[in-house]
Ligand binder design. Structure first.
Ligand code: CA
Length: 430
């Protein structure tokens, strides 16, 4: 048994914490009222201020260099350092926050209640790319449009993606303004303009890029893991009526770019290591990936077993004190391509990836009802409304509705970890 897997912290509320026990230690950018943004690590219900710990002289060597790179309110320079610095910092934090730490008094003064802090995006995102690797989602959505032939012929060869909009990425808790746009009403031949009537969520994993590549170079699949800084939750809010009218021939545009929400904590590959598993075997008859997308180690250990959940609370449910309604319970094993395959493919043409770039996985739906990662799939495009305990029904999201994404990893004999939440509430169109 790896001792880290069961180690305890002197921060009592971290032990058994659903998201942030000692084993997780995700970094993020936070601020306290009227103070500058700085880097912290989530531990239980608290945030450890790394700049204060640095000032107290408790870091040296590579861990010190890593913390120095987190200064300035964004983690891009830290992401650029790669895994060696990240692992050195993690080892030091495990010692400092572990139950045998010699520095509890100093560290106690650098701990803040997370509920009293504001969390921000962890990095300045240069480019954001949204993939489409959730094969069940691709199948479910494809069936709505092409019942006999849901997947296009390239799907099993190419990790499909489009370039998203980095300027409208926002941290959890940011309100979602209902977008306006062109839509084509059913049975009409000309579009109308107005607020989106089919507003939806998409449950996705976010992937933070660490070390980049020079333009013209490609990242080999065997090296791809070194280029990933960490993971988060991502809600790719989608205006289905705008999307249906605009998406051909060049893909999503204004139906996606009004806002994309992210959970603020960067969960590392080291924290997720116990929850790695083999990439699920391709169904009989599927083609093998081209050689630049094949790597034995990646196939053996490149997937993740992460439980993913989506909850809905309407304004009326909140007023009536009703619990959140679970819309989705799904798992990251529904990814047809691994993260390493996404990185290798994105850079194979010489496209430059940079520290702080962000990938979305694509919607991660399961096979069964109850595991679909969007309302488009759950309500079959609005044909099968959901009934809520408040007596309300939903085909798509209404103003006042709040969507909450969560993620959690479990394994026998290992402390569970989570990602924290990714929340957003719909507000009326301008
Ligand atoms: Ca998406």
């Amino acid at each position: 048994m790896n001792q880290t897997a069961i180690a305890r912290s002197w921060v009592e509320h971290a032990n058994g914490h659903s998201d942030f026990p000692l084993q997780n230690l995700p970094l993020g950018i936070f601020s306290r009222p009227d103070e500058a943004r700085r880097c912290g690590v989530a531990i239980g219900d608290a945030i450890l201020d790394l700049e204060s710990v640095l000032a107290a002289g408790l870091f040296d060597g590579e861990a010190k260099a890593a913390v120095e790179a987190t200064r300035g309110g964004a983690l891009n320079a830290y992401f650029a350092l790669g895994s060696k610095a990240r692992v050195a910092l993690r080892e030091r934090l495990l010692a400092l926050l572990g139950e045998h730490s010699e520095h509890q008094d100093v560290l106690q003064a650098a701990l803040y209640q997370a509920s009293e802090c504001q969390l921000h995006l962890p990095a300045k995102v240069g480019d954001y790319t949204d993939f489409y690797v959730g094969i069940n989602h691709a199948n479910n959505v494809g069936k709505l449009f092409r019942p006999d032939n849901p997947l296009l012929p390239n799907y099993k060869y190419v990790p499909i993606a489009y370039h998203g909009r980095a300027s409208t990425l926002r941290p959890s808790g940011t309100d979602v303004r209902r977008p306006k746009g062109q839509t084509l009403p059913a049975g009409q031949s000309e579009p109308t303009f107005g607020p989106c009537a089919r507003l939806d969520y998409e449950l996705e994993l976010g992937i933070w890029i660490g070390q980049g590549n020079a333009m013209g170079d490609s990242i080999a699949i065997g090296d791809a893991a070194e280029h990933v800084a960490g993971y988060c939750l991502l809600n790719d809010w989608s205006a289905r009526d705008i999307q249906a009218w605009e998406y051909q021939p060049l893909g999503p545009f204004l139906s996606k770019s009004f806002i994309t929400s992210l959970s603020p904590w960067v969960v590392t590959a080291e924290a997720l290591a116990p929850f790695r598993c083999a990439q699920p075997a391709r169904p009989e008859g599927d083609p093998q990936p081209l050689s630049y997308l094949q790597d034995k180690r990646d196939q053996a250990n490149g997937a993740f077993d992460i439980e993913l959940e989506v909850l809905l609370i309407t304004e009326r449910m909140r007023e009536q004190g009703l619990p959140a309604h679970r819309l989705t319970l799904s798992n990251s094993l529904s990814m047809y391509w691994t993260v390493a395959q996404m990185v290798a493919h994105h850079s194979v043409n010489g496209c430059q990836l940079q520290p702080g770039d962000l990938f979305g996985s694509g919607t991660l739906s399961g096979v069964q009802p109850g595991s679909y990662g969007s309302l488009l799939e759950i309500t079959e495009g609005g044909k099968q409304p959901i009934e809520l305990a408040s007596g309300e029904v939903r085909k798509f999201l209404e103003d006042g509705d709040e969507i909450i994404l969560r993620a959690r990893c479990h394994r026998e004999g290992v402390a569970s970890i989570g990602f924290g939440e990714c929340r957003g509430t719909i507000i009326a169109a301008n």
